[in-house]
Design a protein around this ligand. Sequence first.
Ligand SMILES: [Zn+2]
Ligand SMILES: [Zn+2]
Length: 262
Amino acid sequence: MTAPIRLVDSHAHLAMEEFDPDRDDVVRRAFDAGLDHLLCPIDISSERSLRITQDLTAAFAMIHAAAGLHPHQAKLFAPNLIAAILDLAGRKKILAIGEIGLDFHYDFASPDEQKKAFRGQLALARELGLPAIIHSRDAGPEIARTIREEGFSNGGILHCFTEDWDFAKTAMDAGFFISFSGLVTFPKSGDLREVAIKVPADRLLVETDAPYLAPVPHRGKRNEPAFVVETAKLMAQIRKTSFEKIAEDVLGNFRSLFKIDS
Ligand SMILES: [Zn+2]
Ligand SMILES: [Zn+2]
């Protein structure tokens, strides 16, 4: 008998309302699918996100969290939120600051507001000695510049990666892991697949970004952590390796980044 597959979902928003009807079942299905570790970013501007995510991390050993203000919410960046992040940062299951970053595809917050919130939180992560979970959409050069200017060397994850190879390289040089979502399973993701093929095995992660971006064959449905298996299978196919090898690599990478022994 072969050993059961053990995998990770490096990014899932389990506190979102989409999971209110069946959150415990979603977590059980993640266990059943072989997930060993799961990272939930807390939206620090939402009391609800904070409460539900903390309940999940308390109830399930496999669930970890990060704390930060998403670029879409950047206009809310203020001293009280910094204090809230600081309050959480020392806790055992808060592994990183995030998700933070820049999203120039949408304009929920102006570029200036986003840059201020990103830079402020990256500086905070540096001071706290924590990795950062970074969201970057159409913003690679500005993210790279900020990492460099802030002298940020704690590493972390470029989550739901959609940028080009040059940016992937710059991010990896700065100690980051590159996490691919269900987007790589979409037939029109040729450019992204080219990047996914090139990322070294010791820098690779996979995620769902649930409830968004369900991978093929679940595309269009609510996404959930168990579906990360489909993304890992596609990665194995395009990288011409086995699903088992991808699972082993991403689990090892997740553990080494966050210094987890189990
Ligand atoms: Zn994101
Ligand atoms: Zn996210």
